[in-house]
Write a protein that binds this ligand. Structure first.
Ligand code: NAP
Length: 250
């Protein structure tokens, strides 16, 4: 019997990543989801997928650590089936502040998690997916943000800049691997109801900002996950190097 394709969702234990893991599992992918520290949340997602008849496992791996990324991909290699989708979803914000007050440590954590982590996961995925390396091709979806074009002044310009880097990374990588069987796209969410706002010290941010969105509401993790699933699927088979806004018009 043929094995289901594997989808690796970084930061799949909560929010957009968890919603994406569930949708891709429904579509027949075997899910490997990673998390940073909240094992309990990760196991809840795994249990929910398995209750629906899907296959999933959770792996602790900090994407700001190259050695943990290598271990994560080593575990993916041990699964039966072929890695065919990578969702570079794990990402962080920090407390609202101005550039004038940003520490080196904050900037290093932001860039190593949001940018370098995505580069390294993509590197490992490409080395397994590329047709020229004996792979079967695949898709990569990166998580950008509307912040990349809005700049997030006096809040988190560092985060916004990290997501602008993701847009450029998406374009450049897509062109590098376009003839190697791999499509690379990004989704750029706006104000989405997840825990990320509380992690940045603004738990009510999604509700507070809803009226500033042209559609007059925040989005849900599922709405972003559906856009990610579209970019993973064959429905978008001629789409690469694009950034898809999921922002309610913002
Ligand atoms: P979230 O609810 O805060 O969940 C973050 C996920 O990433 C969790 O699974 C978390 O694991 C994991 N994670 C955090 N740091 C990590 C690290 N260093 N290594 C590995 N995993 C890590 O976030 P979200 O709102 O779903 O956001 C997901 C992505 O969408 C992010 O890239 C974010 O920038 C982007 N985005 C979100 C919004 C929004 O409004 N929510 C808007 C635009 C873009 P633990 O459970 O272990 O902490």
């Amino acid at each position: 019997m043929s094995q289901p394709p594997i989808a690796l969702v970084t930061g799949g234990s909560r929010g957009i990543g968890a919603a994406t893991a569930k949708i891709l599992a429904d579509q027949g992918y075997k899910i490997v989801l990673s998390f940073a520290s909240n094992q309990q949340a990760a196991e809840v997602v795994v249990a929910s997928i398995m209750e629906q008849g899907g296959q999933a496992r959770a792996v602790q791996a900090d994407v700001s650590s190259e050695s943990e990324i290598l271990s994560l991909f080593g575990l993916v290699d041990q699964e039966t089936g072929t890695l065919s989708a990578l969702i570079n979803n794990a990402g962080i914000v920090d407390q609202p502040t101005s550039v004038a007050d940003m520490s080196y440590e904050r900037l290093e954590r932001m860039m190593s998690t949001n940018i370098i982590g995505s580069f390294l996961c993509a590197r490992e995925a490409i080395n397994r997916m590329a047709v020229s390396k004996g792979g079967e091709g695949g898709t990569i979806v990166n998580l950008s943000s509307a912040a990349a074009r809005l700049g997030s002044p006096h809040q988190y310009v560092d985060y916004a800049a990290s997501k602008a880097a993701i847009d450029t990374f998406t374009k450049g990588l897509a062109l590098e691997v376009a003839d190697d069987g791999i499509r690379v796209n990004a989704v750029s969410p706006g104000i989405i109801e997840t825990d990320i706002h509380a992690s940045g010290g603004l738990p009510d941010r999604a509700r507070d900002m809803a009226s500033s969105v042209p559609m007059k509401r925040s989005g849900t993790a599922e709405e972003v996950a559906r856009a990610i699933a579209f970019l993973v699927s064959a429905e978008s088979s001629y789409t690469t190097g694009t950034v898809l806004d999921v922002t309610g018009g913002r």
